[in-house]
Write a protein that binds this ligand. Structure first.
Ligand SMILES: Cc1cc2nc3c(=O)[nH]c(=O)nc-3n(C[C@H](O)[C@H](O)[C@H](O)COP(=O)(O)O)c2cc1C
Ligand code: FES
Length: 494
């Protein structure tokens, strides 16, 4: 196996790819070869680094030099100056806007200093298309330990004790959901990963799947072991082609390594994962609508109970969890429930990933401990509002989320506080969108009216049956499951 001294990590997330990061990668590889460094320097395509605002990003390891807004033509300079001559390419370093000084490495960039990356632990560090890199960072150790050293009950207890709650919005205790699914007796059960992510501006789940797909594969298998399911399904919107591609590669590699399939780790546990595609209807992120969509029915929500854990896909008990929820699972088993529950607030443990979008300076993907204030997120990490404008409001959690205004800036973000502030009945905590400038000039309550008027209908009427004039909230009211609806019609909504 080759021994490398240095690594050049190139962001291969969707944002940076849109700014030619693939060409940068190619040019860096060619420059490395031109300088005959290929035996000691490896160029690696990673997932999103989080700091998308400054993309495309190239990071040098081991010294963590962080080059921003790199162009394909910078490749030669990076290799010649940094690697051959041993001096940083200063014009590509990040400049702290407060001090106007260049920052030598990622560890000293404010955007990162205030974050704690658990779900995003591997994003921007490993090549998501190489299972060996995931394994080198303790990948699949949690699955091995669960299967060979723990009972399903003890794994569930660990997840329960950790305090992990569903990151898809409802905040339901994850361990409890697994226990409920486990207790239902049925010959066939399913594990579902909800990767629909319909909220505007949200890209947490996509980035995790693009940057660390094996963590989801591993967590779903652990879930299968606990609940008694042998089949896993990832429901992902077809407009996430890169995430789909990397997930396919991860599933294929896991099968090749015997980490999916029959008798995993030599035990009698067998588990497999398939992908199901959504057509991009917001409501299909709701778990009952998602299940109907996978069944080929119209993607609309139905009354609970029965909950999917009792009666879900094809009438079988189905454990549905969100991508980010799963991303926390392997690391909880590795580091322990006590470690995880020491992070966050009394009732909301661990961290939360947020996609910062809109009129904030540092657009990107961040992960902070639960309980971090909105001020810290918007100003400390997000760098404040663009062009020094006044903060007006933050919309959290997409169309079914709510708007938080200036008076909420010092509110610690956790499930309970956000639920208490919600403007709509189904609380979601999955994204944060700093309102656009065209909302800034208006009073906050007017912004909320605008959101109801302009955004909600777009997300609802696209998939609602005619007439399109139904009130916005009606689409969120669960309706009894329609009997005898012909399968195959607009399976994921249209
Ligand atoms: C209208 C609506 C849309 C939703 N969209 C999503 C989504 O895109 N992704 C998601 O994980 N959960 C979504 N949910 C929540 C799911 O119904 C479900 O609670 C969640 O996937 C369970 O996973 P968790 O316990 O890990 O959060 C949505 C809920 C509603 C009411
Ligand atoms: S896509 Fe490159 S930093 Fe996010």
């Amino acid at each position: 196996m080759a021994q490398y001294n240095s690594y050049i990590l190139v962001c291969g997330g969707t944002g940076c790819r849109a700014s030619q990061s693939e060409l940068i990668l190619q040019n860096l590889k060619e420059a490395v070869e031109r300088h005959k460094l290929q035996d000691i320097v490896q160029v690696i395509r990673t997932g999103c680094f989080g700091f998308c605002e400054k993309g495309p990003i190239v990071k040098m390891v081991p010294d963590n030099t962080f080059y921003v807004q790199v162009k394909p033509t910078d490749a030669e300079d990076i290799v010649r100056e940094h690697l051959v001559k041993g001096r940083k390419v200063e014009r590509l370093l990040y400049v702290n806007p407060e001090t106007n000084e260049q920052v030598p490495d990622s560890k000293h960039i404010n955007f990162y200093k205030k974050q704690l990356r658990i779900a995003l632990r591997n994003c921007g560090f490993i090549n998501p298309e190489n299972i060996d890199e995931y394994i080198a960072r303790d990948g699949y150790v949690a699955l091995g330990r669960a299967l060979t050293e723990m009972t399903p009950e003890s794994v569930i207890k660990e997840i329960m004790d950790s305090g992990l709650r569903g990151r898809g919005g409802g905040g339901f205790p994850t361990g409890l959901k697994w226990q409920i699914t486990r207790k239902v007796k049925a010959p066939q059960k399913y594990v579902v990963c909800n990767a629909d992510e319909g909220d505007p501006g949200a890209f947490m789940d996509r980035s995790i799947l693009e940057g660390d797909p094996h963590s989801i594969v591993e967590a779903m298998a652990i879930n299968g072991y606990c609940t008694g399911a042998t089949k896993g399904l990832v429901y992902i919107r077809a407009e996430y082609p890169l995430a789909v591609e990397r997930l396919k590669i991860a599933i294929r590699q896991a099968k090749e390594y015997g980490l999916l399939g029959e008798n995993i780790f030599g035990t009698d546990f067998s588990f497999d994962i398939e992908i199901r595609y959504g057509a991009g209807a917001f409501v299909c992120g709701e778990e009952t609508a998602l299940i109907h969509s996978m069944e080929g029915l119209r993607g609309e929500a139905t009354v609970k109970p029965p909950f999917p854990s009792e009666q879900g896909y094809k009438g079988c008990p189905t454990n549905v969890n969100n991508v980010e929820t799963y991303a926390n699972v392997p690391v909880i088993l590795l580091k322990g429930a006590e470690w995880f529950s020491s992070i966050g607030t009394e009732k909301s443990k661990g961290t939360k990933v947020f996609a910062l979008a809109g009129k904030v300076n540092n657009v990107g993907l961040i992960e902070v401990p639960m309980g971090t204030t909105l001020r810290e997120v918007i100003f400390g990490i997000g760098g404040g509002i663009k062009d020094g404008k006044k903060f007006k409001a933050v919309q959290t959690g997409g169309p079914s989320g709510g708007c938080l205004t200036e008076k909420h800036l010092d509110l610690p973000i956790d499930y309970d506080n956000l639920l208490a502030q919600q403007l709509f009945p189904e609380a979601r905590t999955s994204g944060q969108t700093v309102r656009r400038a065209d909302f800034q000039a208006k009073p906050a309550d007017e912004q909320v009216r605008d959101i109801r008027k302009n955004i909600l209908p777009d997300f609802i009427c696209r998939h609602a049956p005619p007439p399109l004039s139904i009130p916005a909230w009606a689409a969120f009211s669960p309706v009894p499951r329609p009997a005898g609806v012909a399968p195959g019609s607009a399976s994921a909504g249209t």
